[in-house]
Write a protein that binds this ligand. Structure first.
Ligand SMILES: [Zn+2]
Ligand SMILES: [Zn+2]
Length: 366
């Protein structure tokens, strides 16, 4: 069948909306009519080739939609179900069996190659394959052919076009705090970079009863939103000595930090601001191949840094849980969403990258 998809053809080039052909579902695949898709920084990083994946490719990985058709081996969803799409995993390796699919042995092949594991793609154009399996979905399109483990059923009464970001940004930030850090009530925590992931981390910190929740960013509009989401203190990194301010606010050093920006200076500050003991969760994507020097004076004595992927979450259960938190008013991320028509995808990317006022753009499909 035919669909429209936003194709990235060259580094820094605009997203080009083009007609594509979508395969029929294989036994373990689900055809989803995409209703909406969030734009995540990772999509833009591929467009800019800061994350160096092969092009041309259709990206997008915060899709939500309606099941159109399922393969013969798919039993957990049926046509008409409302679904959120998330990353794929094999379901067979040790990490998948232990409930940690974000650390699946096949995570990179399944999510970043743009292909199925046999090397084929579910999308074609003029008879040629077009990379169309990004994070199990390539959701900047009107249809997605997804592997079954990427497809998560949600309740029909939820606002479907809002739900896509639960599959990446919200899972990543909220999950990092409540699954990976698990801060005891009364803890202090610092969140570096308060886009969607950082704001979700702040909501996780509030949910777990952190006492001091410190947001660090360079954009005042984002810091204002951080306060609305539960931050108790804000530091503008452009005008402040970040580490000494955190030390002053936390009686010598924070219990935890979450680094969501990927900026090398922030990565280092997220370690330097820690108390003893304390640890920094590294979530933001740092530039490829980079080395960051740390003073061992700030790493010893019970401190350290650890990378966390997709909030250490099993998305099949975590996404419905997040949806229920949203329904209860405990995850009010709709306050920082702005909707765009699919045709305006380049404007949406531009607005979110420049102003700091558009934090989570969501594309509505025609
Ligand atoms: Zn993402
Ligand atoms: Zn696996």
């Amino acid at each position: 069948m035919q669909a429209m998809a936003a194709v990235v053809r060259e580094a820094e080039g605009d997203f080009l909306i083009e007609a594509v052909d979508v395969d029929e579902p294989r036994a373990d695949e689900v055809l989803v009519r995409i209703v909406a898709s969030g734009i995540c920084h990772t999509d833009v990083a591929v467009q800019r080739q800061e994350i160096n994946l092969p092009l041309p490719m259709v990206v997008g990985h915060e899709g939500s939609g309606v099941v159109e058709a399922v393969g013969s081996a798919v039993t957990h969803v049926k046509p008409g179900d409302h679904v959120v799409l998330s990353g794929d995993s094999c379901g067979q390796c040790r990490h998948c069996h232990e409930g940690a699919p974000a650390y699946c042995d096949e995570f990179i092949e399944r999510n970043l190659s743009g292909q199925r594991t046999d090397g084929s793609s579910p999308l074609k154009q003029n008879g040629h394959e077009l990379l169309g399996r990004f994070v199990g979905q390539s959701s900047f399109a009107t249809y997605s052919l997804s592997p079954r483990r990427s497809v998560i059923k949600i309740d029909q009464d939820l606002p479907l076009e809002l739900m896509g970001p639960l599959g990446c940004g919200l899972t990543t930030g909220f999950g990092t705090v409540i699954n990976a850090i698990k801060p005891p009530a009364g803890s202090s925590i610092v969140v570096f970079g308060v886009g969607t992931v950082g704001l979700a981390a702040i909501m996780g910190a509030r949910e777990t009863g952190c006492e001091k929740i410190i947001a660090v960013d360079m954009k005042p509009a984002r810091l204002d939103m951080a306060v609305e989401m539960g931050a108790t203190h804000c530091i503008n990194a452009e005008t402040s000595n970040v580490v000494s301010e955190i030390r002053a606010l936390t009686n010598g050093g924070a219990d935890f930090s979450v680094e969501c920006s990927g900026a090398p200076t922030a990565v280092r500050e997220a370690v330097d601001c820690l108390g003893r003991p304390g640890w920094a969760a590294q979530v933001g994507a740092t530039p490829g191949g980079i080395e960051i020097p740390f003073s061992m004076d700030n790493i010893g004595l019970g401190r350290g840094i650890k990378g966390v992927v997709m909030g250490d979450a099993a998305a099949q259960t975590f996404v419905p849980y997040l949806a229920s938190l949203w329904r209860d008013g405990r995850l009010p991320y709709d306050k920082f969403v702005k909707y765009y028509d699919f045709a305006d995808i380049n404007q949406a990317v531009h607005d979110s990258a420049t102003t700091g006022k558009v934090i989570k753009p969501i594309l509505r499909m025609p």
